[in-house]
Design a binder for this molecule. Structure first.
Ligand code: NDP
Ligand code: KAL
Length: 258
C-alpha cells in the first residue's frame, strides 16, 4: 500500500502557534508528502501561521486563507477560494474550539445562555458548516478529522460547557460520517490527552492535570502534538480506509482508567 500523501492536499484549520495541535498535524502530513492549506481565524494570526509554514522542510507550496468559523459567508467563500486555487482536496483537520474563559471555572450550573451558544457555535456547529462547504472539493473521496476531549464523555472538573460542546461535536461527527460515507468521505475524531497549548493556558491547574496523567495513565506520561499528528496521518491515509464515525483516543490510555 502507498502510505505517501504525495499528490494530496489537506486543509488544516486552527494553527495559532507552534504548540497548536493543528501544527503537529500539519507537520505529520507534510512529512508524508502532503500539500497543506492553512486557515486561521483572523488576520492577527496570519503572519505567525505563514512564518511557521516557512519552517517546513523541502518544497513549501502551502496556501493560506482567513476563515472565522462563526461566519457562514466566510466559510463558504473560503472553500470557494480554495476550490478555485487548487480544485480538489483530500481531507480536512478541524482543530478549533472556544469557550469564554469565565465559563471554564466553578460550576457548569452557572453557564450563561450566551456562553453556551458561543461554545457550541465555535466548537461544535463549525464542524458541520465546514464539512458541508468542503464536500464539493472532496470529489475523489476524503477524510475529515476533528479534535475532541474526554470531558465530552465524562465530567472533568472545569471543562464545563466545553464538555457539553464536545459531546455535541462527537455526535455531529457520527451523523456527518453517516451522511458523507456514500461520497467516500470519512469523518473521525481524535480524543487527545492534555497538551499545553495556547487554549490550555490560564484555564484550570494544568500542572495538576499533567501530574495525574503521569501517575495514572497506562503510559505514565502525557502525549505530544507529534503523536496526535501521526494518528491524524493514519486517519488521512488509506491505512484507515475502513474507519469512519470513530473516536480514537490518543491519551496514553487515560480514558480506560476508572
Ligand atoms: P490552540 O489554542 O493552539 O488552537 C485553538 C484554535 O482555535 C486556534 O487556532 C484559534 O484560532 C481557533 N479558533 C478559535 N475561535 C475560532 C474561530 N471563530 N474561527 C476559527 N478558528 C477559531 O489549542 P489546541 O491546539 O489545544 O486546540 C485545538 C483543538 O484540540 C481544540 O478543538 C481543542 O478543544 C482540542 N483539544 C485540545 C486538547 C489540549 O489539551 N490542548 C486536548 C483535547 C482536545 P486563532 O488563534 O486564529 O484565534
Ligand atoms: C479540564 C481541562 C482544563 C482546562 C479547562 C477548560 C479548557 C477548555 C478549552 C477551551 C478551548 C479553552 C478556551 O476557549 C480558552 C479561551 O477562553 C481563552 N484563550 C484564547 O482566547 C486563546 C488566545 C485562543 C487561541 O484560544 C482559542 N481557543 O481560541 C482541559 C484540559 C485538560 C485539556 C484541554 C485544554 C482541552 C481542550 O479542549 O482544549
Amino acid at each position: 500500500m502507498n502510505l505517501s500523501l504525495e499528490g494530496r492536499t489537506y486543509v488544516v484549520m486552527g494553527v495559532a502557534n507552534k504548540r497548536s495541535i493543528a501544527w503537529g498535524i500539519a507537520r505529520s502530513l507534510h512529512e508524508a508528502g502532503a500539500r497543506l492549506i492553512f486557515t486561521y481565524a483572523s488576520e492577527r494570526f496570519e503572519k505567525s501561521v505563514r512564518d511557521l509554514a516557512d519552517t517546513l522542510e523541502g518544497e513549501n507550496n502551502s496556501l493560506f486563507y482567513e476563515c472565522d468559523v462563526t461566519n457562514d459567508e466566510a466559510i463558504i467563500q473560503t472553500f470557494e477560494n480554495i476550490q478555485n486555487d487548487v480544485g480538489v482536496i483530500h481531507g480536512l483537520a478541524h482543530c478549533i474550539a472556544f469557550a469564554n474563559r469565565d465559563e471554564l471555572k466553578d460550576e457548569f450550573l452557572n453557564t450563561s445562555r450566551d456562553g453556551f451558544l458561543t461554545a457550541h457555535n465555535i466548537s461544535s456547529y463549525s464542524l458541520t458548516a465546514v464539512a458541508r462547504a468542503s464536500k464539493p472539493l472532496m470529489s475523489e473521496g476524503g477524510s475529515i478529522i476533528t479534535m475532541t476531549y474526554l470531558g465530552g464523555e465524562q465530567v472533568v472538573q472545569n471543562y464545563n460547557v466545553m464538555g457539553v460542546a464536545k459531546a455535541s461535536l462527537d455526535a455531529s461527527m457520527k451523523y456527518l460520517a453517516n451522511d458523507l460515507g456514500k461520497h467516500n468521505i470519512r469523518v473521525n475524531a481524535i480524543s487527545a490527552g492534555p497538551i499545553r497549548t495556547l487554549s490550555a493556558k490560564g484555564v484550570g491547574d494544568f500542572n495538576q492535570i499533567l501530574q495525574e496523567i503521569e501517575e495514572r495513565a497506562p503510559l505514565r506520561r502525557p502525549v505530544t502534538q507529534e503523536e496526535v499528528g501521526d494518528t491524524a496521518y493514519y486517519l488521512m491515509s488509506d491505512l484507515s480506509r475502513g474507519v469512519t464515525g470513530e473516536v480514537i483516543h490518543v491519551d496514553s490510555g487515560f480514558n480506560i482508567i476508572g
